[in-house]
Design a protein around this ligand. Sequence first.
Ligand code: UD1
Ligand code: UDP
Length: 383
Amino acid sequence: MTAAPAVPASILIVFGTRPEAIKLFPVVAALRADPRFAVQVCVSGQHRDMLDQVLAIAGIVPDHDLDLMRPGQTLDALTAALLTGLGQVMDQVRPARVIVQGDTATAMAGALAAYYRKIPVDHVEAGLRSGNMYHPWPEEVNRKIIGAMASLHFAPTETAAQALLRENVAPARVHVTGNTVIDALHWVTARIAAEPGLASGLAELEARFAGKRVIGVTSHRRENFGGGLEAIARAVRRIAARDDVAVIFPVHPNPNVRAVMDSALAGLANVALIEPLDYPHFARLLGLAEIMLTDSGGVQEEAPALGKPVLVMRETTERPEGIAAGTARLVGTDEDRIVTEIFTLLDDKQAYEAMARAHNPFGDGRSAHRIVELIGDEIGQEA
Ligand code: UD1
Ligand code: UDP
């Protein structure tokens, strides 16, 4: 660690959605524990209830909250509001550096607003690439835009670092840190161990589905809206028709997702359509589930770390490490394919066991610490 400067460096951390909050709370905690930094948290409020769930468990009270979420928000209205709002906060705070995470609209607009002010931006979870600009959409392009402006690129894996080098990012600016989601997962697991009541809210469902094999489902991708989501809903309906299966499905509040899932799945005996779970309860679901069926990015990282087979309802993934490790499999959004793959895992013990091994390609739980040291070194060099 370099010595603390006389005046701590002002860092503004910007985020707005549930996954960014989960992956940045370990960074916020590590920066706040370090006297070299004066940290302010700005949330865009791109998400509201789902963001607030994470802020509550992580004990973060934002210094700035733009409260931007609108029901059914469009990408352009959201992006315009983000750019203006985040720029105003930056003009007020005048930070030495800005930190963004991932590939959301908030992260992209946050990086752009910082760039417009010539403030260096550090990118957490840099270098993820699917190679297809419409899968995931618009995230593939969001993260490339951020990559074009970032000062320090914190790549979660070697694969991600290589992708940045192929885009001619200077090697000295790219650091493999692991993914902070593993820090978050370790932290929440320890919190639950110390205080089991934090994740006891699923008890009623656990009793209702006792003896059944639980499949955890999440789905929210914009590129799956319409036909893709409908196919996913039909597949879940067929899977839940089996007597030995129970589906626990925390439904994303986006009206485009809710309407489809409600109309196909509400009232089925073996399906629990529930509100988004807070992070301790979602960790509990990851523990309960025999299989995860998801189109989420974060769940693709958490499930392998816990040795849970995860079937990914996407055509392509920017997280090939889980596939290479054997814990994740791409199944797309074809109804028959999803049903067949789930039934194989349920009925073929060998197939299940081949996938159900804990792998940790995404990190060791020390990523936030590494990121803070690298920012500290950078600030030390600038001073
Ligand atoms: C956003 C991100 C996506 C990320 C996902 C994580 C973009 C373009 N998309 O997509 O990369 O994977 O978050 O969940 O940045 N809503 C609520 N309450 C909430 C959150 C959302 O009601 O707490 C509803 C609102 O109607 C909102 C809609 O969901 O307008 C869509 O939210 P938005 O953030 O635009 O898109 P996501 O699909 O959540
Ligand atoms: N998650 C959660 N509650 C839920 C569903 C997911 O806390 O009901 C967590 C999950 O553990 C993961 C993150 O949310 O860390 C993933 O968020 P999401 O799938 O919304 O976004 P993505 O990762 O696809 O960007």
